[in-house]
Design a protein around this ligand. Structure first.
Ligand code: SAH
Length: 254
């Protein structure tokens, strides 16, 4: 009999932020395909003999995704109960959509199990609500991974500079200078608050604050590295009003 695939979100890393359903499925699964994003605490709670790391490998992302797609089908056809575990939510920059399409095309039944996305929880644990009546009536999730100077870039930073809402950039540490530059050039005020939230909900979480103009220097001084969320907009300043009493904050802020 054909098995079943669960596309499961792990949340941002704190094991207590796994859903009850994700926890049950991790226990019941025969095999768990994962990359590194769910984080050590969650991955180490899964018996090693069930785990298969399908994270980026030499040969590039594309090869890896094709391998993952094929492996999901292979395991399901062998009758296994498979959890494809993804950081955050599977359908927010997680390639879960591609995997769902691949499974459907190969006649494999699957279920989507939502996870808490770092796009909302990352800012949140830093004391930054992604919407706020006084600051933002909309929020846009955007990838920072694309080179904004590329002609064929799928992200219209010029348009994003004008939404007046919050911008939450995922995969946006490396190209921070490029897209903050684009936003400034498009007329976004240089004093717009910007926060970087590194390894949100993990023991070594860090948060730094700056402005659209200063955030690249702030990043460099603190040595912020992926995974981190960039939050751009008036909401980022909320952190300063709540940080002293916010118990989600890292034990020692930076
Ligand atoms: N599906 C994931 C996002 C995958 S893209 C989700 O819904 O959260 C990978 C990016 O997610 C990282 O580059 C980073 O920007 C962000 N990210 C994921 N987990 C994070 C965490 N714990 N802290 C900060 N950023 C995180």
């Amino acid at each position: 009999m054909t098995g079943m695939v669960y596309l499961v979100g792990s949340g941002p890393g704190d094991p207590e932020l796994l859903t009850v359903k994700a926890k049950r499925l991790l226990e019941e699964a025969d095999v768990v395909l994962h990359d590194k994003l769910p984080g050590a605490a969650i991955l180490e709670s899964i018996p090693a003999e069930k785990r298969e790391d399908v994270g980026k490998r030499a040969g590039g992302d594309r090869t890896s995704q094709e391998y993952t797609n094929a492996r999901l089908v292979e395991l399901a056809e062998a009758g296994k109960t498979v959890v494809r575990l993804k950081g955050g939510d599977p359908f927010v920059f997680g390639r879960g959509g591609e995997e769902a399409e691949h499974l459907a095309a190969h006649g494999i039944a699957f279920e989507y199990v939502p996870g808490i996305t770092s796009a909302v929880a990352g800012p949140g644990v830093a004391g930054i609500p992604v919407t706020h009546r006084d600051h933002a009536s909309s929020v846009t999730f955007v990838t920072g991974h694309e080179d904004p100077t590329k002609d064929e870039s799928a992200v219209d930073w010029d348009a994003l500079a004008k939404t007046g809402g919050t911008l939450v950039v995922l995969m946006g540490v490396g190209k921070l200078p490029a897209y903050t530059g684009e936003l400034l050039e498009a007329g976004m005020p240089p004093e717009t608050p910007v926060a970087l939230v590194e390894r949100a909900t993990r023991p070594d979480q860090r948060v730094v604050l700056g402005t659209l103009e200063s955030i690249v220097d702030v990043r460099d001084e603190a040595g912020i590295e992926p995974p981190a969320i960039t939050v751009i907009g008036g909401v980022a300043a909320t952190r300063e009003h709540v940080a002293a009493l916010l118990r989600n904050a890292a034990p020692r802020g930076v």
